[in-house]
Design a protein around this ligand. Structure first.
Ligand code: ZN
Length: 508
């Protein structure tokens, strides 16, 4: 049966009734909401610890996809894979956001060996964006590690097509991890520690120009890590006609350099095949979200993120598949338990971090260019340097925000998240947010083996992380994202920027 249309006055009195009932129930509703919030924390924990997808996500990224250099086909594969996972879990707005990057590059093949005075296979990798060698090069290596620019210039045509050992033996190695923040009486790291560089008598740029002019075949230089670990980077501005550059494990390079210095002929074979990609000069951030449910604050958002790109000599496990898994799994957990946050929770997987935080900077340009847009960001939480479990967050000298973060550690203490430090950390994707005056913080991780072994090296493999650590960091990230999304207040901006507390203003 269809009800007759209510009259206006009936509507009005019914509205009053609704208002009276609402006012009577409001304190109860607030209590219920708080109870819900606590129940949600328990559900986050149960989902993250008992039904975790973290290990499977981690092994897909590291074993199946592998290295994810910005601009490489593998990076695009990983971005599409992550977008599809987000969509499959029921996140909304899952998509790739392009930004201009330049030519991509990938490694197809490398082999290097000393063949005289005896056969010895070498651990060797080309710099990213270096060109292929002209096929397999073979012959006496020319050692110039003790020569001046004038002496090398005088060698001229003798260097054409040759294999060049550019550096003297290395004596200063990467031997220590940075101090662990959060431990008593250890100073807090404010960024990546300086790494010893292999030094040559001739400045790198002058030597590169000279060798390019004389048409050298390939340069061989030492790493500065120990025990077979090779640190390899590369620059996307490397000219295509620059001499192909190869880095060799420190002790192996030192052996060949010492043999050469003692007058023994060192014969080598070297081949590097690489490919530049020009068709698509964009790279891509991956984004997705869980929509907020409170009409008063749902246009505000909590952003969590990590960089998906890596260097090319290993599988980018600690730098930074672990961080990616923390934020992906956090989103999966929140979605799986049907979390209905007051504010929207967004996730971003950055690209181009290793080339200068390019993806995060592009996002700020695309989404956070005005003070009005920036006021909608409740907080950005990043997961990058270090590996292992999350101990807490670096608070970027924001004492007021630290008070909230300290409270959120309480239910996570037994999982090992016990401390936020007031100091900041540099060199990763939250930095451009901080520079623009937004509250943005990076997770504190373990640094054991990170600086000496895995960061930007050929040793960055998934064995460095345990399944329990992968689960823990996702639970911590999901908990913090949830707490920030549910908070009555805005996360305070650092003191040096004016605080705009829109939520409070609206409530008043
Ligand atoms: Zn890195």
């Amino acid at each position: 049966m269809i009800s007759p249309m209510p009259t206006r006055s009936a509507l009005r009195s019914r509205t009053w009734l609704v208002v009276v009932v609402f006012l009577a129930l409001a304190p109860l509703a607030a209590l219920a909401q708080r109870g819900d919030a606590d129940a949600t924390l328990a559900r986050i924990r149960a989902e993250g610890l008992e039904r975790s997808a973290a290990l499977s996500l981690f092994l897909t990224l590291t074993d199946e996809i592998g290295a994810r250099l910005t601009g490489s086909p593998a990076h695009v594969r990983s971005a599409n894979w992550a977008r599809d996972r987000f969509a499959q879990w029921g996140l909304t707005n899952a998509q790739l956001e392009p930004f201009e990057f330049g030519a991509g590059w990938e490694l197809l093949h490398v082999s290097a060996a000393m063949t005289q005075p005896r056969y010895f296979p070498l651990i060797a990798y080309p710099d990213a964006w270096s060109s292929s060698t002209a096929g397999m090069l073979s012959g006496h290596a020319v050692y110039i590690g003790d020569k001046t620019l004038e002496q090398v210039t005088a060698m001229g045509q003798q260097l054409k097509g040759r294999i060049i050992l550019t550096h003297p033996p290395v004596t200063a190695f990467v031997e220590r991890d940075r101090p662990q923040p959060g431990l008593a009486d250890a100073p807090v790291a404010t960024g990546n520690p300086p790494l010893p560089q292999a030094r040559a008598p001739i400045p790198a740029r002058a030597l590169a120009t000279l060798l390019q002019q004389v048409g050298a075949g390939v340069t061989i230089r030492p790493s500065t890590y120990t025990d077979g670990t090779v640190g390899v980077l590369g620059s996307r501005t490397t000219p295509r006609d620059a001499v192909p550059a190869i880095v060799v494990a420190t002790e192996q390079y030192n052996m060949m350099a010492r043999l050469a210095v003692s007058g023994q002929p060192v014969v080598m074979t070297v081949e590097s095949r690489t490919r530049h990609h020009e068709t698509d000069r964009n790279s891509y951030n991956v984004i997705a979200e869980i929509a907020g449910t409170d009409p008063a604050v749902r246009d505000e958002y909590v952003l969590i993120g990590a960089h998906l790109d890596s260097w090319h000599a290993a599988n980018g496990a600690t730098d930074n598949a672990d961080g990616v898994v923390a934020v992906m799994e956090a989103m999966r957990i929140l979605r799986a338990i049907g979390a209905a946050p007051r504010r929207t929770i967004k996730v971003a997987l950055w690209s181009g971090e290793e080339q200068g935080l390019l993806g995060a900077r592009a996002y700020i340009e695309q989404h956070l260019a005005t003070p009005e847009a920036q006021a909608k960001l409740q907080v950005y939480l990043n997961d990058d340097p270090g590996s292992g479990r999350t101990l807490g967050f670096y608070m970027e000298k924001n004492e007021a925000a630290k008070q909230f973060f300290d409270g959120w550690l309480a239910p996570l203490r037994d999982l090992g998240a016990t401390i936020n430090v007031v100091e900041g950390i540099g060199s990763t994707d939250h930095v451009p947010f901080v520079e623009a005056g937004m509250p943005a913080f990076n997770a504190i991780k373990d640094f054991e083996g990170y600086d000496v072994r895995t960061r930007h090296t050929n040793a960055d493999f998934p064995e460095r992380m345990s399944e329990n650590e992968l689960k823990q960091q996702a639970v911590v990230m999901a908990t913090f994202a949830w707490q920030a999304a549910m908070l009555d207040k805005r996360i305070p901006r650092a003191a040096r920027t004016p605080t705009t507390d829109h939520t409070e203003a609206r409530r008043r």
